[in-house]
Structures are given as structure tokens and as C-alpha cells.
Design a protein around this ligand. Structure first.
Ligand SMILES: CSC[C@H](NC(=O)[C@H](Cc1ccccc1)NC(=O)N1CCOCC1)C(=O)N[C@@H](CC1CCCCC1)[C@@H](O)C(=O)OC(C)C
Length: 331
């Protein structure tokens, strides 16, 4: 079997996140979930979520599904890198993504979500695509959709083809040659503690020389920007007129009129260039002439993160074979 579904930006002006339609239950209930390779819980706004915490999101109502089953006594609680959080109980039900079906997928139903989830009305929940070791369900952790689907897939892979300010695609079980150019470069993945962790072979700022120092980080579809070591980030913004590291805005900002260099990162022998246009993420507030950079320092996070700003510049294969690897191709 295979599956293929659109990854749609939740905001047409800048790529803060992407959502993908999924169906849950019988008859099918359609929700838009943020596919997140940086976590491994599949959770949804639900009939168990207090109405005061719901603002326009679609919800899953297990009682309306003839195939839902309560996973008695199981609970979950998760906090993300940006401090947002949610927790609740667990059902199993039929689940499909782009035509690919899993019979009894653990569906974590929110009984509590933090305010940033309530205010983000385009996100009805998350679908974790990290390794199942990260799943937070107690007393028995649950498998991700990808782990449950693997045995049905021709090839144990999913691919991310995220795009700039337009809909991209997540494919499951196959690698679509039409989505990339040249060869796919595969690199090792360290699955501990549960992220898609790999080592980039280096970087270059604009037309500057390529620095071959290895950068270990995670490929994270659920993170908007790229977060790298301070030395790399300062080298980049040294090339941007008027750039400053703003305590007020929590990162590097610059005049929206500034000329930005592209940013190149290596995977094996292949070089990926993030165009200058991706490196200006958004005005700091609506209509401001000060813009927030798409590359920020990882020093406060503890891990380097290749988020959507970088992933949009490539076609990425998340290979769930044993051992797992990451494939990168230009497009
Ligand atoms: C530096 S790590 C921060 C990362 N969050 C982000 O990147 C959020 C994502 C978001 C999307 C829509 C609405 C609100 C927030 N964006 C964000 O903090 N931004 C501030 C800077 O400008 C860009 C937008 C994060 O926590 N990612 C989560 C998934 C994410 C999905 C959307 C809802 C909030 C949770 C996950 O990938 C994760 O925790 O990764 C760990 C390993 C860092």
C-alpha cells in the first residue's frame, strides 16, 4: 500500500506550519493535522476538549465512531520545544492518510491544550513522525502511524516535499522520482532518543567558502525555522546590513529591505542552498519594516534543528528501515 497527502501552509503569507488532512473513525471524521517529525504522539482536539479551549478547530468525537475503542486507563501529556503543551486520554480507531489505512491507531484525545494551541485554529492536532520511543502514552507507549503502517508499505519510507508558500506533499511507502532532481544522498540517522538526527557536512554563507565542519541536528517538519550554533548564525548575519540580535523579539532581526545572502548546507557531498527569500521569515509584527530571520541560534534549545525553512529547499526521504537513514535530494 501507499499514501499521499497534501501539506498545506496554515498561513499564506509565511510558512509557520503545514497541515495535512486525515480521517478518523467510522463514518470518517476529517481533521487537519500538523505532521511533526520532532515528536511521536498523534493527538487531536476532541469531544473531550473543554469548549473554552476550542476556537474553530475540527474535533474528533469517538462516541460518533462505530469503530472507536477507549484504551482504558491510558493517559498522555506532552510539552513541545516552544513550551506549548497538551494532555488527555486515548482511544484506538480506524485512521487514514491519503488513502493509506491503519486499523486500530492510537488516537490521543486532548482533555487540556495550552493557549497557543487554542489560538492556532488551523491546527486540529499533531501527527508525530518521530521514533515511537518518544511516545508519551502511559502505562503503555503507543506506535506512530508510520510504525503501524510500515508492514503494509512497499518500502518502509515516507517523504516530505514541503514548499515555499504553497502546498507540498507527504508520501508514504514510495519515493516519487518526479519530486526531485539528481541523486538522493543518504546519511546515517541516530534514532536515540527518538528524533531523525543526522550530521550535515558543513555550510556556506552566500558565495563564501564552504566550511566543512560537521553539524549534528534533527530534521524537524514541526519546527518553522532553522536553529544552528551561534558561530554559524553570527557569520550569516554579519553579511546582513542592519541585522541585530534582538532581545525584544528573541532572535536576529533586520530591515525587511536588507539584501540577504542565501544559506548553503551540506549533506554528504551534496549541497543544498536555501534561497535568500526563505531566510527572511516574516515581519516581526504585521506591517512592520523589521523582519525576523529564518536562521536563529540553537544555543537556548540544546539541539540543532533543520526546520521547514531548510526542508523546503529539499526533497527528504525518512527511511524507516533498520538502520534508519535520511535521504536528501535537490528539487
Ligand atoms: C525551537 S522548537 C520550537 C518548535 N515550534 C515552532 O517552530 C513553532 C511552530 C508553530 C507552528 C504553528 C503555530 C505555533 C507554533 N513556531 C515558532 O516557534 N515560531 C517562532 C519563531 O518564528 C517562527 C514561528 C516546536 O516546539 N516544534 C514542535 C512541534 C510544534 C508543532 C506546532 C505546534 C507547537 C509544536 C516539535 O517539532 C518539537 O518540539 O521539536 C523539538 C524536538 C524541538
Amino acid at each position: 500500500d501507499t499514501g499521499s497527502a497534501a501539506a498545506v501552509p496554515i498561513d499564506p503569507r509565511f510558512d509557520i506550519a503545514y497541515v495535512t488532512p486525515v480521517t478518523i473513525g467510522t463514518p470518517p471524521q476529517t481533521l487537519q493535522l500538523d505532521f511533526d517529525t520532532g515528536s511521536s504522539d498523534l493527538w487531536v482536539f476532541s469531544s473531550h476538549t473543554p469548549t473554552s479551549q476550542i476556537r474553530g478547530q475540527e474535533i474528533y468525537t469517538p462516541d460518533k465512531s462505530t469503530t472507536s475503542k477507549l484504551l482504558d486507563g491510558h493517559t498522555w501529556s506532552i510539552t513541545y520545544g516552544d513550551g506549548s503543551a497538551s494532555r488527555g486520554n486515548v482511544y484506538t480507531d480506524n485512521f487514514t492518510v491519503g488513502g493509506l489505512a491503519v486499523a486500530s491507531q492510537a488516537i490521543q484525545c486532548a482533555q487540556q491544550v495550552s493557549s497557543s494551541f487554542t489560538t492556532e485554529e488551523s491546527i486540529d492536532g499533531l501527527l508525530g513522525l518521530g521514533f515511537s520511543t518518544l511516545n508519551t502514552v502511559n502505562p503503555a507507549s503507543q506506535l506512530t502511524f508510520f510504525d503501524n503502517a510500515k508492514s503494509k508499505l512497499g518500502s518502509p519510507v515516507f517523504t516530505a516535499d514541503l514548499k515555499n508558500k504553497q502546498a507540498g506533499t507527504y508520501d508514504f511507502g514510495f519515493i516519487d522520482k518526479a519530486k526531485y532532481t539528481g541523486e538522493i544522498t543518504y546519511v546515517p540517522v541516530n534514532p536515540d532518543p527518538g528524533y531523525w538526527t543526522f550530521t550535515s557536512s558543513g555550510y556556506a554563507v552566500g558565495s563564501g567558502n564552504f566550511s566543512g565542519s560537521p553539524i549534528t541536528g534533527i530534521a524537524d517538519t514541526g519546527t518553522s525555522l532553522v536553529y544552528l550554533p551561534t558561530a554559524i548564525v553570527t557569520a550569516y548575519y554579519r553579511q546582513v546590513q542592519g541585522a541585530t540580535n534582538s532581545r525584544n523579539y528573541g532572535g536576529y532581526v533586520f530591515p525587511c529591505s536588507a539584501t540577504l545572502p542565501p544559506f548553503t548546507f551540506g549533506v554528504g557531498e551534496t549541497k543544498f542552498t536555501i534561497p535568500a527569500s526563505y531566510m527572511s521569515y516574516a515581519p516581526v509584527t504585521d506591517g512592520s519594516s523589521t523582519c525576523f530571520g529564518g536562521l536563529q541560534s540553537s544555543s537556548g534549545i540544546g539541539v540543532n534543528i533543520w526546520g521547514d525553512v531548510a526542508l523546503k529547499a529539499a526533497f527528504v526521504v525518512f527511511n524507516g528501515a533498520n538502520p534508519p537513514t535520511l535521504g536528501w535530494a535537490t528539487k
